[in-house]
Structures are given as C-alpha cells and as structure tokens.
Design a protein around this ligand. Structure first.
Ligand code: OFO
Length: 177
C-alpha cells in the first residue's frame, strides 16, 4: 500500500504530465498555423510522450492500490514570437519538470518508499533525454537564425520524428501502457 503523502504527490504529477501534453499540443497548433508541419509533428509526438509519462504514473498508482483524483488541467499559453521562443519555453518547462521529479525522489526517500524510488529512476533518466532533445533543437534554431531555407530543412528533419513507446523499466515492473 502506498502512503497518502506519496500518492498525493504522484496524483499531482499526473496532472502536471497532462499539462505538459496540453502545452505541447498548444505548441503543435501554433506550428501548424505557422505552416511548419515538421515542427508541429515533433510537438505531437511530444504530446504522446507526455501522455505516456502520465499513464505510467497512473498505472503504477493503481497497481499500488491508490485511489486517484483527476484535477483540473491549467490552460497553456497559445502564442509565441518565433520557433526559437517556443523551444526556449519548452526547455524552461522541462527544467521545471525535472525539479518536480527530483522533489518526488525526495518525498519517496523520506517516506522510505523503495518501490516508488525505483519507479522514479526511470523518470530521472527520461528527464535527461527530454532536456537534451530541447537543447539540441535550440542549438539548431540558433544556427538557423533568419535563414528561411535552413528553417524549412529543420522542419523537414523534425517531421521524421515518430513516437516509440519507451522500453519497459526493468526493476519497477512498469511497462508500456
Ligand atoms: Fe514528462 O517530461 Fe516533459 O514534461
């Protein structure tokens, strides 16, 4: 059985992961309206990633016998000044999420909840990847500058992204939903 404190914290994180999905969906809509379908595709894949993150927590809580409560999802921003501004916002958001995951790690340690600590290791690694993806695209966008052809080439590259459900985490026993 999971403690009330831990369950509440994970319940909140499910809401935050779903907010992330909603934020990236808003960014996908913005890129579509800007005629950058590749960037929009990248964001749509990111929505699927975030839904996966939320459902992984959801399934884990259910497996531990916790009763979850769905909370209201905040409305995300819906306009940005440029593709660079979108990715600056994305990176800043992911840094915040990393901090949230670290806070959960601290709560799990305090609660002596080793099963949740195990689960959270997967999220700690995932956040490294999330931030790296953003800094990689940010770097490319900075090199693109005002070169429209280079932007369209990057758009083509980002259009290739597909969602691949992450491999099941060994020790946590949590697989793809
Ligand atoms: Fe769920 O990692 Fe992004 O927010």
């Amino acid at each position: 059985m999971i403690s009330h404190t831990m369950l509440e914290a994970l319940n909140r994180q499910i809401n935050r992961e779903l907010y992330s999905a909603y934020l990236y969906l808003s960014m996908a809509a913005w890129f579509s309206a800007e005629n950058l379908p590749g960037f929009a595709n990248w964001m749509r894949v990111q929505v699927q990633e975030e839904q996966f993150h939320a459902m992984k927590f959801f399934d884990y809580c259910a497996a531990r016998g916790g009763r979850l409560t769905m909370l209201q999802i905040e409305a995300p921003p819906n306009t940005w000044d440029s593709p660079l501004a979108v990715f600056e916002a994305t990176y800043a958001h992911e840094q915040k999420v990393t901090k949230m995951i670290y806070d959960l790690v601290d709560i799990a340690a305090k609660e002596k909840d080793h099963a949740t600590s195990n689960l959270l290791r997967w999220y700690v690694d995932e956040q490294v990847e999330e931030e790296e993806n953003d800094t990689d695209i940010l770097g490319k966008l900075k090199r693109v500058g005002t070169d429209t052809n280079a932007l369209l080439m990057l758009d083509k590259e980002l259009g290739m992204r597909v969602f691949t459900p992450p491999a099941p985490a060994g020790s946590s026993g949590q697989g793809a939903p």
